[in-house]
Design a protein around this ligand. Structure first.
Ligand code: AMP
Ligand code: MG
Length: 314
């Protein structure tokens, strides 16, 4: 299959209407989208990614007016979260509308829904006119793509179109919040922080990933975000062994140690924005060991440490 590269949301949307798969930019990471009403179109996403079919996709819409075609009911606390954080890096899990294909939700009766805060994504979703089911646009298990070049590296020849945009501003995925119970429960940390959620709904809590041995959010059980190298979590650059085949990413340090690749970030936000891109650069340079400095788990640090820990699982 030939993959078309375009900067036109309208051109990309035409592929969606032909049941094809299109990669598009968002503020979190690049997504791999298909018509969420069409099981046939959604199945092509799982094939292109090599994604296990029991891992549900997030459904993306352009504006609130499309919500009734995606979800069945909305509790009042979820409405408050939407008012504050839509559009943005927040996904709410709600009872699903029957029109959303079962392939998109991996057979669950719930659906994760999000409105991206990104001008190109918004134009594209508006042109499509239908809700777009979209996971991150990487091969399953690999770091999520934050540039169109990274999408091309993974998906060239496997999908119909890549809608090009700038590098993703947030760099980690959306926060997934279960809104099917009495209180909001975080299933996956992400771009909207626990503190931000609690400023609107103080009873928001972090979920236990497994309830009675069954994954509440199926995606969290899979190996994720993994570069080829071994990833080690260190508390500082002093703990590392610098070599040509090793790399370091972390916050400010005056240490002059030389690595094959090194990235010192200004703050946690830059660290989050850079992490997946850094992992991919390490793969290109055949780095064998990556040291990641641990950060405190406040604010975006919670999502950042979640991604680093998953990358460090061997
Ligand atoms: P990705 O699209 O690769 O960022 O992954 C989407 C994440 O959202 C995965 O961890 C999924 O398990 C989670 N997710 C999507 N839909 C649902 C749902 N209906 N219930 C629980 N988790 C969901
Ligand atoms: Mg993903």
């Amino acid at each position: 299959m030939k993959t078309k590269l375009t900067i036109s949301p309208a051109v990309a949307a035409e592929f969606i209407l032909q049941e094809s798969v299109v990669a598009f930019p968002t503020e979190t990471v690049y997504g791999l989208g298909a018509n969420a009403f069409s099981g046939n179109a959604v199945k092509k996403i799982f094939e292109a990614k090599g994604r296990p079919s029991d891992n549900p996709l997030i459904v993306h819409i352009a504006e609130m007016g499309q919500l009734p075609s995606v979800v069945a009911t909305i509790p009042s606390y979820a409405e408050k979260l939407m008012e504050e954080f839509f559009p943005g890096p927040l996904t709410l899990v709600l009872p699903k509308n029957k029109k959303i294909s079962n392939a998109a939700t991996a057979g669950l009766r719930t659906v994760g829904v999000r409105i991206p805060n990104h001008p190109v994504a918004k134009k594209f979703l508006a042109e499509c006119g239908v809700p777009i089911a979209a996971p991150s646009a990487n091969i399953s298990g690999k770091p999520s793509p934050t540039t169109w070049q990274a999408v091309k590296f993974d998906m060239n020849g496997k999908i119909s179109c890549i809608l090009k945009g700038n590098p993703s501003r947030v760099g980690v995925e959306s926060t997934v919040v279960d809104c099917t119970g009495n209180l909001p429960v975080i299933l996956r940390a992400g771009g909207v922080t626990l503190e931000q959620l609690r400023s609107i709904i103080p009873s928001t809590r972090i979920g236990k990933h497994h309830i009675d041995g069954k994954a509440k959010s199926p995606g969290v059980k899979y190996r994720h975000y993994s570069p080829m190298a071994y990833v080690f979590i260190v508390s500082g650059i002093e703990e590392t062994v610098p070599m040509k085949s090793s790399a370091y990413i972390g916050l400010g340090s005056s240490d002059k140690k030389k690595f094959g690749l090194k990235k010192i970030c200004r703050d946690e936000h830059e660290y989050a924005r850079s992490l997946f891109h850094f992992f991919r650069e390490c793969d290109t340079k055949k780095i064998e060991t990556i040291y990641c400095e641990s950060v405190s788990e406040g604010g975006i640090g919670l999502a950042l440490m979640d991604r680093i820990r998953k990358a460090a699982i061997q």
